[in-house]
Design a binder for this molecule. Sequence first.
Ligand code: SAM
Length: 243
Amino acid sequence: MNFNILTIFPEIFDIFNVGLISKSIKKKLIKINTFDIRENSVNKHNHVDSKPYGGGEGMVMMAEPLAKTLSSIKKRQLGKVIYLSPQGKQLDQKKVVSLASRKNITLICGRYEGIDQRVIEKYVDEEISIGDFVLSGGEYAAICLIDAISRHIPGVLGNKDSYLKDTFSDGLLKGNVYTKPEIFEDMQVPEVLLSGNHKEIQKWRLENSLLQTFLKRPDLIAKKKLSKKYKKLLEELASKAIL
Ligand code: SAM
Protein backbone atom coordinates (compact mmCIF):
# COMPACT_ATOMS: atom_id res chain seq x y z
CA MET A 1 0.00 0.00 0.00
CA ASN A 2 1.23 3.41 -0.99
CA PHE A 3 0.72 6.50 1.21
CA ASN A 4 1.48 9.95 -0.23
CA ILE A 5 1.68 12.65 2.40
CA LEU A 6 1.55 16.38 1.70
CA THR A 7 3.12 18.28 4.59
CA ILE A 8 5.32 21.22 5.47
CA PHE A 9 7.08 19.03 8.06
CA PRO A 10 8.18 15.79 6.31
CA GLU A 11 10.58 15.05 9.18
CA ILE A 12 7.63 14.32 11.49
CA PHE A 13 7.18 11.08 9.57
CA ASP A 14 10.63 9.87 10.72
CA ILE A 15 8.45 8.38 13.46
CA PHE A 16 7.91 5.51 11.02
CA ASN A 17 11.60 4.60 11.26
CA VAL A 18 10.78 2.50 14.31
CA GLY A 19 8.37 -0.30 15.17
CA LEU A 20 5.87 -2.23 13.14
CA ILE A 21 5.55 0.27 10.27
CA SER A 22 9.32 0.42 9.82
CA LYS A 23 9.41 -3.38 9.50
CA SER A 24 6.51 -3.29 7.03
CA ILE A 25 8.29 -0.66 4.94
CA LYS A 26 11.39 -2.87 4.84
CA LYS A 27 9.21 -5.83 3.79
CA LYS A 28 7.76 -3.57 1.04
CA LEU A 29 4.22 -4.02 2.34
CA ILE A 30 3.88 -0.28 2.86
CA LYS A 31 5.43 2.70 1.11
CA ILE A 32 5.40 6.17 2.63
CA ASN A 33 6.20 9.08 0.31
CA THR A 34 6.33 12.54 1.81
CA PHE A 35 5.91 15.63 -0.38
CA ASP A 36 7.14 18.91 1.02
CA ILE A 37 4.51 21.52 0.15
CA ARG A 38 7.06 24.28 0.69
CA GLU A 39 9.00 23.09 -2.35
CA ASN A 40 6.02 24.21 -4.40
CA SER A 41 5.73 27.65 -2.88
CA VAL A 42 4.78 30.29 -5.41
CA ASN A 43 6.58 33.23 -3.83
CA LYS A 44 10.21 34.08 -3.34
CA HIS A 45 10.05 33.86 0.48
CA ASN A 46 8.97 30.20 0.28
CA HIS A 47 5.70 31.02 2.06
CA VAL A 48 2.84 28.56 1.68
CA ASP A 49 0.37 30.51 3.84
CA SER A 50 -1.29 33.88 3.73
CA LYS A 51 -3.76 36.01 5.71
CA PRO A 52 -7.42 34.98 5.50
CA TYR A 53 -9.65 37.02 3.20
CA GLY A 54 -12.17 38.95 5.28
CA GLY A 55 -9.66 39.28 8.13
CA GLY A 56 -9.53 37.33 11.33
CA GLU A 57 -6.99 35.31 13.23
CA GLY A 58 -4.13 33.20 11.90
CA MET A 59 -3.00 32.21 8.44
CA VAL A 60 -4.47 29.94 5.78
CA MET A 61 -2.55 27.49 3.59
CA MET A 62 -2.61 28.74 0.03
CA ALA A 63 -4.24 26.75 -2.76
CA GLU A 64 -1.47 26.95 -5.38
CA PRO A 65 1.37 25.17 -3.50
CA LEU A 66 -1.06 22.41 -2.52
CA ALA A 67 -2.39 22.00 -6.07
CA LYS A 68 1.16 21.99 -7.48
CA THR A 69 2.25 19.36 -4.95
CA LEU A 70 -0.76 17.18 -5.80
CA SER A 71 0.01 17.45 -9.51
CA SER A 72 3.61 16.33 -8.86
CA ILE A 73 2.24 12.90 -7.82
CA LYS A 74 1.67 10.40 -10.64
CA LYS A 75 -2.09 10.18 -11.35
CA ARG A 76 -2.20 6.40 -10.97
CA GLN A 77 -0.49 6.69 -7.56
CA LEU A 78 -2.75 9.41 -6.20
CA GLY A 79 -5.68 7.16 -5.17
CA LYS A 80 -8.15 8.58 -2.68
CA VAL A 81 -7.30 12.13 -1.60
CA ILE A 82 -8.03 12.71 2.10
CA TYR A 83 -7.75 16.00 3.96
CA LEU A 84 -7.19 15.44 7.68
CA SER A 85 -9.48 17.96 9.30
CA PRO A 86 -11.37 18.45 12.57
CA GLN A 87 -14.36 19.29 10.35
CA GLY A 88 -14.31 15.86 8.67
CA LYS A 89 -16.26 12.71 9.43
CA GLN A 90 -14.92 11.07 12.55
CA LEU A 91 -12.64 8.09 11.90
CA ASP A 92 -13.77 4.67 13.16
CA GLN A 93 -12.69 1.06 12.73
CA LYS A 94 -15.18 0.48 9.88
CA LYS A 95 -13.62 3.32 7.90
CA VAL A 96 -10.11 2.06 8.69
CA VAL A 97 -10.99 -1.41 7.36
CA SER A 98 -12.49 0.01 4.16
CA LEU A 99 -9.44 2.24 3.52
CA ALA A 100 -7.11 -0.75 4.03
CA SER A 101 -8.39 -2.30 0.79
CA ARG A 102 -7.02 0.60 -1.30
CA LYS A 103 -3.69 0.57 -3.13
CA ASN A 104 -2.99 4.32 -2.93
CA ILE A 105 -4.02 7.00 -0.45
CA THR A 106 -2.97 10.65 -0.49
CA LEU A 107 -3.13 12.57 2.77
CA ILE A 108 -3.12 16.35 2.99
CA CYS A 109 -1.88 17.65 6.34
CA GLY A 110 -3.11 21.13 7.16
CA ARG A 111 -1.48 23.66 9.50
CA TYR A 112 -2.41 27.13 10.79
CA GLU A 113 -6.14 27.83 10.27
CA GLY A 114 -6.42 25.06 7.68
CA ILE A 115 -6.28 24.98 3.87
CA ASP A 116 -8.00 27.17 1.27
CA GLN A 117 -11.54 25.80 0.76
CA ARG A 118 -11.10 25.68 -3.02
CA VAL A 119 -8.50 22.90 -2.70
CA ILE A 120 -11.03 20.86 -0.71
CA GLU A 121 -13.73 21.43 -3.31
CA LYS A 122 -11.55 20.62 -6.32
CA TYR A 123 -9.13 17.92 -5.14
CA VAL A 124 -10.29 16.31 -1.90
CA ASP A 125 -12.40 13.13 -1.97
CA GLU A 126 -12.99 12.97 1.75
CA GLU A 127 -12.32 14.94 4.95
CA ILE A 128 -11.45 12.78 7.96
CA SER A 129 -11.21 13.82 11.60
CA ILE A 130 -9.57 11.71 14.30
CA GLY A 131 -11.78 13.17 17.03
CA ASP A 132 -13.60 16.20 18.32
CA PHE A 133 -10.54 18.18 19.33
CA VAL A 134 -8.16 20.45 17.45
CA LEU A 135 -4.56 19.47 16.71
CA SER A 136 -1.91 21.91 15.56
CA GLY A 137 -1.28 19.90 12.41
CA GLY A 138 -2.76 17.17 10.25
CA GLU A 139 0.51 15.20 10.50
CA TYR A 140 -0.47 13.73 13.89
CA ALA A 141 -3.82 12.63 12.50
CA ALA A 142 -2.12 11.15 9.41
CA ILE A 143 0.19 9.11 11.65
CA CYS A 144 -2.83 7.67 13.52
CA LEU A 145 -4.62 6.90 10.28
CA ILE A 146 -1.60 5.21 8.64
CA ASP A 147 -0.90 3.16 11.76
CA ALA A 148 -4.51 2.00 12.09
CA ILE A 149 -4.79 1.11 8.38
CA SER A 150 -1.46 -0.74 8.38
CA ARG A 151 -2.67 -3.25 10.97
CA HIS A 152 -5.15 -4.49 8.33
CA ILE A 153 -2.63 -4.95 5.52
CA PRO A 154 -1.86 -8.66 5.08
CA GLY A 155 1.60 -9.52 6.44
CA VAL A 156 1.99 -6.45 8.67
CA LEU A 157 0.94 -8.22 11.87
CA GLY A 158 2.59 -11.55 12.67
CA ASN A 159 -0.76 -13.00 13.79
CA LYS A 160 -3.74 -11.85 11.75
CA ASP A 161 -6.07 -12.85 14.61
CA SER A 162 -4.66 -9.80 16.42
CA TYR A 163 -6.64 -7.36 14.33
CA LEU A 164 -9.59 -9.70 13.79
CA LYS A 165 -10.01 -9.90 17.57
CA ASP A 166 -9.10 -6.29 18.30
CA THR A 167 -11.45 -3.98 20.17
CA PHE A 168 -14.24 -2.69 17.83
CA SER A 169 -13.80 -5.56 15.33
CA ASP A 170 -17.09 -7.11 16.46
CA GLY A 171 -18.52 -3.89 17.89
CA LEU A 172 -17.32 -4.64 21.45
CA LEU A 173 -14.20 -3.93 23.52
CA LYS A 174 -11.72 -6.80 23.63
CA GLY A 175 -11.73 -7.09 27.43
CA ASN A 176 -9.02 -7.57 30.05
CA VAL A 177 -5.67 -9.23 29.32
CA TYR A 178 -3.04 -10.55 31.75
CA THR A 179 0.51 -11.90 31.65
CA LYS A 180 3.24 -13.08 34.08
CA PRO A 181 3.47 -13.10 37.08
CA GLU A 182 0.36 -14.94 38.29
CA ILE A 183 0.29 -12.76 41.41
CA PHE A 184 1.16 -9.07 41.20
CA GLU A 185 0.88 -6.95 44.38
CA ASP A 186 -1.75 -9.33 45.88
CA MET A 187 -3.75 -9.40 42.66
CA GLN A 188 -4.33 -12.83 41.15
CA VAL A 189 -4.87 -13.54 37.45
CA PRO A 190 -8.45 -14.88 36.97
CA GLU A 191 -8.14 -18.61 37.68
CA VAL A 192 -9.92 -19.75 34.55
CA LEU A 193 -7.10 -18.29 32.39
CA LEU A 194 -4.66 -20.68 34.08
CA SER A 195 -6.93 -23.71 33.75
CA GLY A 196 -5.94 -24.75 30.22
CA ASN A 197 -9.67 -25.35 29.52
CA HIS A 198 -10.05 -23.57 26.17
CA LYS A 199 -13.86 -23.72 26.14
CA GLU A 200 -14.07 -22.11 29.58
CA ILE A 201 -11.40 -19.52 28.64
CA GLN A 202 -13.35 -18.58 25.51
CA LYS A 203 -16.56 -18.27 27.57
CA TRP A 204 -14.79 -16.05 30.13
CA ARG A 205 -13.33 -13.84 27.37
CA LEU A 206 -16.74 -13.34 25.77
CA GLU A 207 -18.34 -12.49 29.13
CA ASN A 208 -15.50 -10.15 30.03
CA SER A 209 -15.73 -8.43 26.64
CA LEU A 210 -19.49 -7.88 27.13
CA LEU A 211 -19.06 -6.65 30.71
CA GLN A 212 -16.14 -4.29 29.99
CA THR A 213 -18.04 -2.81 27.03
CA PHE A 214 -21.12 -2.31 29.20
CA LEU A 215 -19.06 -0.64 31.95
CA LYS A 216 -16.75 1.51 29.78
CA ARG A 217 -18.67 2.08 26.54
CA PRO A 218 -22.42 1.55 27.06
CA ASP A 219 -22.97 3.42 23.77
CA LEU A 220 -21.45 0.44 21.92
CA ILE A 221 -23.81 -1.98 23.67
CA ALA A 222 -26.75 0.19 22.66
CA LYS A 223 -25.57 0.12 19.01
CA LYS A 224 -24.91 -3.60 18.91
CA LYS A 225 -28.01 -5.70 18.42
CA LEU A 226 -27.46 -8.31 21.13
CA SER A 227 -29.41 -11.55 20.90
CA LYS A 228 -31.84 -12.34 23.76
CA LYS A 229 -29.31 -14.84 25.12
CA TYR A 230 -26.53 -12.26 25.32
CA LYS A 231 -28.83 -9.57 26.72
CA LYS A 232 -29.76 -11.93 29.56
CA LEU A 233 -26.13 -12.88 30.10
CA LEU A 234 -25.12 -9.22 30.23
CA GLU A 235 -27.88 -8.43 32.75
CA GLU A 236 -26.56 -11.21 35.01
CA LEU A 237 -22.93 -10.11 34.63
CA ALA A 238 -23.79 -6.45 35.20
CA SER A 239 -25.84 -7.14 38.34
CA LYS A 240 -22.94 -9.19 39.79
CA ALA A 241 -20.41 -6.45 38.87
CA ILE A 242 -22.49 -3.65 40.38
CA LEU A 243 -23.24 -5.52 43.64
N1 SAM B 1 -8.90 26.48 12.53
C1 SAM B 1 -9.25 25.16 12.14
C2 SAM B 1 -10.66 24.85 12.60
O1 SAM B 1 -11.09 25.44 13.58
O2 SAM B 1 -11.35 23.98 12.01
C3 SAM B 1 -8.29 24.17 12.77
C4 SAM B 1 -6.96 24.17 12.13
S1 SAM B 1 -5.81 23.12 12.95
C5 SAM B 1 -5.05 24.23 14.06
C6 SAM B 1 -4.56 22.85 11.76
C7 SAM B 1 -4.67 21.55 11.01
O3 SAM B 1 -4.59 20.46 11.90
C8 SAM B 1 -5.93 21.32 10.21
O4 SAM B 1 -5.87 21.95 8.96
C9 SAM B 1 -5.97 19.82 10.09
O5 SAM B 1 -5.20 19.35 8.99
C10 SAM B 1 -5.30 19.36 11.38
N2 SAM B 1 -6.25 18.89 12.40
C11 SAM B 1 -6.59 19.54 13.53
N3 SAM B 1 -7.45 18.84 14.26
C12 SAM B 1 -7.66 17.69 13.61
C13 SAM B 1 -8.48 16.54 13.87
N4 SAM B 1 -9.24 16.47 14.94
N5 SAM B 1 -8.46 15.54 12.96
C14 SAM B 1 -7.72 15.62 11.85
N6 SAM B 1 -6.93 16.69 11.56
C15 SAM B 1 -6.90 17.71 12.41
